[in-house]
Ligand binder design. Sequence first.
Ligand SMILES: [Fe+2]
Length: 209
Amino acid sequence: MDTMRSASPDGDATQSQAVLPQMLSHAAFISRDTAATVEFFTKVLGMEFVAAVLNDQIPSTGEVVPYFHSFFRMADGSTIAYFEAPDLPPIPDPPHPAYDTFRHFAMQVSTVGEVDAWHARLVAHDVEVLGPVDHGIMYSIYFHDPDGNRLEIATPTDDRWNDDAPEARTALAEWNEMKAKAKNTGTSLSSELAALSRRRHGDATEPVL
Ligand SMILES: [Fe+2]
């Protein structure tokens, strides 16, 4: 993909000079025990613990919450980050477990063989691993960090996986139409989605989660 591509998702000329974000800086999660998080990311995932911030106040909002902020670096310099704030109450469980499935952080490797090698490494460290799952466009394994956040190691198996904007727009239009139909007719969203999936894929391609 052309990393210097301009951001103009709707073909809006006024947006054509905007420069796309270049990489993942960090995505942040909650840790209940930074020492355990450091142990997991450095020993199991082999990532370096590259930065830490301690503060008694959140700079962006002014909220008085003592915290420890940690960063772990991937090969391209992007990071996964954690906040530990012992004074805050525990996070309640989501109203449906699927939220914890949908909400996840995926790290990319180069080949299917590397995904399989990660599977073996994680199992050797007594980490429970789901997969591999062949999504047709992505080959993935899933596991959890010490706080139960879902992590994924994946490799694309189709170069178009992140470069098919027309198809994405078409899919969104179909999705919106399907939701409206289900709402207006009182039919099940699941049955409408199954019909849509058959029309779109016509096969048993696994959805990418
Ligand atoms: Fe994913």
